[in-house]
Design a protein around this ligand. Sequence first.
Ligand SMILES: [Ca+2]
Ligand SMILES: [Ca+2]
Length: 102
Amino acid sequence: MAIGHHHHHTVNKVGQSDGKREMTMDQFIEWLQGFDKDNDGRISQDELKEAVRATGGWFSTWKSKRGVKSADLNKDGFIDQNEITRLVEFARKQLGMRIVGC
Ligand SMILES: [Ca+2]
Ligand SMILES: [Ca+2]
């Protein structure tokens, strides 16, 4: 699956619902990139923390820590473009998000 293209419309939080909304892999990536506050193209643990919170889960540091850990292939502490798809499993299991089409 190619992730070469990124669109740059800002995706705001997906509702403030229960995070159970179904989305595609592309939408998930766009959604996550909406949390890239410093626009470095990577998701840090702090940024992921905001994403976790936005799913309606209570503020959870350990979840975001685990998310980064499980997806961070090169162990630099950030989720970059190549690693972002690895967060899908995390989002499914830990955040209860429904992500389709991968
Ligand atoms: Ca960032
Ligand atoms: Ca990394």
